[in-house]
Design a binder for this molecule. Structure first.
Ligand code: GBH
Length: 446
C-alpha cells in the first residue's frame, strides 16, 4: 500500500517527535470568561463582512472547558508533543499591567494535564489574538511601545511555566500578522497599508528579539520563533515573472529569515518597497538577532507570480486543498534543503503542515483519504529533505481539531478530529487513525 504508515515511519530517526498543533483564538472559546480581556479577533468578528460565515470565537471548540477530553484524545493517538498558544488577553487583559490569575490557572491545568498524559507541551506566545485594549490605547503593533509590553508578557509566561514547557516560540507567522492584518485587511485589525505592514513587521521582529532576551533571564527551556513560508515561483520563465517571484521571496521568506539569522533586511526587497520601508533605529538589528534554540517552520503550499506581483493559480498536478491551495510536497523538500544550505538554522520543527478538506461524518466515520495522501506525501518529502541535510526534529500536524479558520470562519476543516459545532462532539477522522498507526509503528523501533 503506497500510503502504508509503518513503512513511512521507518524513514524517521528514533528520536523524531510527532505532534499536533492548535492556537488559543481558534479553539478555546470562553472569550469573556474568568477575567479574559477581548482580543482584536473578538472585535474583528463583530465587524460586518469580515468573517465569511459571520461567525465569532465566543465558543469555538469550547476547548477551555473540554481540554481534558482533548488531551485524552491526544493521548489516545500516542502523540509525543502538542503545540498550543497562550491568549495574551486571557493572562493580561489589557496587555499591560495586572495579570489575570484565573487565566494563568487555565494554562497551568492544561500543561499539567499534558505532562500527566506524557505529552510535551510546546507553547507559542502570540498567535494573533492581541489584547484589544492595546490596539485601542497605543495602536497595537503600529506602536514601538508594544515591544516592551510583549517582552514583559513573555518574561512572565516563561517565569511561571517555562520549566514545564518543552519550548516557547515568540511569534506565530509574523508575516501573517503584518501582511494579512495591516496590508490586505483579511485579518484583524483589518488595515490596508504597506508602510504600516512593514513597520508592524519590524516591531514584531524587535519584540521577538527582546522577548527572547527577557525569557533567557528566567528559563532554561528552548526558545525560538515560528515562520510561515510559502515559496515563491515564477508563473513562466520570463525575466519579469522571475523578478516578481524573487521580490516576493524577499518580502515573505528573507524579510524574516535575514534579520533573525543574518542581522540585516534583504537589500533587494528594501529597494523594492522604497518609501514604505520601516523606520529602523540604531541597535535594532542587533536586538533582533538573538541566538535561537530552534526554528519552527509552517508549510502549506507555494505561490506563483507573474509580472507586477500578480499571483496565478498553479497547475495543481497533485490537486488543491479545500482552501484552494496547490498541493506541492516536492516544494516542501526543496525549500527545507534551501533553508539548511543558506542559513544553517538551529534545529527545525515543522510546527504546522496540513490541509483543509470538505469532511463529513458518514456512519460514524470521516473518510478523508485526501488528507492521508497529503500528510503521507509531505512526510516523504520531509524524510528526503532530512537525508539531504535539513535538521528537523519533529512534525506537528495542523490541526488537532477542526476549528475557527480565521476569516473563513468554521467553513474550512483542517482537523484530525471532526468537530460538530452544535454538540461539540469530536469524531476521529480516518487520518487520525492513520497518524496513530504511524506513531505506533515509529515507536516500535525506538
Ligand atoms: C496558518 O496560517 C496559521 O498559523 C493557522 O492559524 C491557520 O489555521 C493555518 O495556517 C491554516 O490556514 O493563497 O495560495 O498564496 C497559514 C497562512 C497559508 C498564509 C498559505 C499564506 C498562501 C496561500 N498561510 N497562504 S495562497
Amino acid at each position: 500500500d503506497h500510503l502504508d504508515a509503518a513503512g513511512l515511519a521507518q524513514a524517521f530517526p528514533a528520536n523524531f517527535l510527532w505532534g499536533t498543533a492548535t492556537s488559543a483564538a481558534q479553539i478555546e472559546g470562553a472569550a469573556f470568561e474568568d477575567g479574559k480581556g477581548p482580543s482584536i479577533w473578538d472585535a474583528f468578528c463583530r465587524q460586518p463582512g469580515r468573517i465569511n460565515d459571520a461567525s465569532n470565537i465566543d465558543i469555538a471548540c469550547d476547548h477551555y472547558h473540554r481540554f481534558r477530553e482533548d488531551v485524552a484524545l491526544m493521548k489516545g493517538m500516542g502523540l509525543d508533543c502538542y503545540r498550543f498558544s497562550l491568549s495574551w488577553p486571557r493572562v493580561q487583559p489589557l496587555g499591560q499591567g495586572a495579570w489575570n490569575e484565573a487565566g494563568f490557572a487555565f494554562y497551568d491545568r492544561l500543561v499539567d494535564a499534558l505532562l500527566e498524559a506524557g505529552i510535551q507541551p510546546h507553547a507559542t506566545l502570540y498567535h494573533w489574538d492581541l489584547p484589544q485594549a492595546l490596539d485601542e490605547t497605543i495602536g497595537g503593533w503600529l506602536s514601538r511601545d508594544i515591544v516592551g509590553h510583549f517582552a514583559d508578557y513573555a518574561r512572565e509566561v516563561a517565569r511561571r511555566l517555562g520549566d514545564r514547557l518543552a519550548s516557547i516560540a515568540t511569534h506565530n507567522e509574523p508575516w501573517c500578522t503584518a501582511t494579512l492584518g495591516y496590508e490586505t485587511a483579511q485579518f484583524a485589525p483589518g488595515h490596508k497599508s504597506r508602510s504600516e505592514s512593514l513597520q508592524v513587521a519590524h516591531h514584531l521582529m524587535l519584540s521577538h528579539g527582546d522577548a527572547i532576551a527577557a525569557m533567557r533571564t528566567v528559563t532554561k527551556t528552548k526558545l525560538g520563533i515560528v515562520l510561515n513560508h510559502t515559496p515563491s515561483f515564477p508563473a513562466t520563465p520570463t525575466e519579469a515573472d522571475r523578478r516578481a517571484a524573487r521580490i516576493d521571496d524577499g518580502l515573505n521568506v528573507r524579510w524574516y529569515m535575514d534579520p533573525i539569522f543574518r542581522g540585516a533586511y534583504p537589500q533587494d526587497a528594501i529597494d523594492f518597497v522604497g518609501a514604505d520601508a520601516p523606520q529602523v533605529e540604531a541597535g535594532d538589528l542587533e536586538r533582533i538577532r538573538q541566538p535561537l534554540d530552534f526554528l519552527g517552520l509552517n508549510f502549506y503550499t507555494r505561490s506563483l507570480f507573474a509580472a507586477d506581483g500578480k499571483t496565478v493559480k498553479g497547475p495543481g498536478k497533485r490537486g488543491f486543498s479545500d482552501m484552494g491551495w496547490e498541493i506541492v510536497p516536492e516544494v516542501f523538500a526543496q525549500h527545507l534543503v534551501r533553508l539548511a544550505r543558506e542559513y544553517s538554522p538551529p534545529p527545525m520543527y515543522i510546527t504546522e503542515n496540513g490541509m483543509a478538506n470538505a469532511d463529513r461524518v458518514v456512519d460514524g466515520r470521516v473518510p478523508d483519504a485526501q488528507r492521508i495522501a497529503y500528510v503521507h506525501s509531505h512526510l516523504q518529502a520531509l524524510a528526503t529533505a532530512m537525508s539531504l541535510g535539513a535538521d528537523v526534529r519533529g512534525y506537528f500536524y495542523w490541526s488537532m481539531l477542526d476549528n475557527f479558520e480565521w476569516n473563513s470562519g468554521y467553513l474550512k476543516r483542517f482537523g484530525l478530529f471532526h468537530v460538530d459545532y452544535d454538540t461539540q462532539q469530536r469524531v476521529a477522522k480516518d487520518s487520525a487513525h492513520w497518524y496513530r498507526d504511524l506513531i505506533s509503528a515509529h515507536r516500535a523501533r525506538r
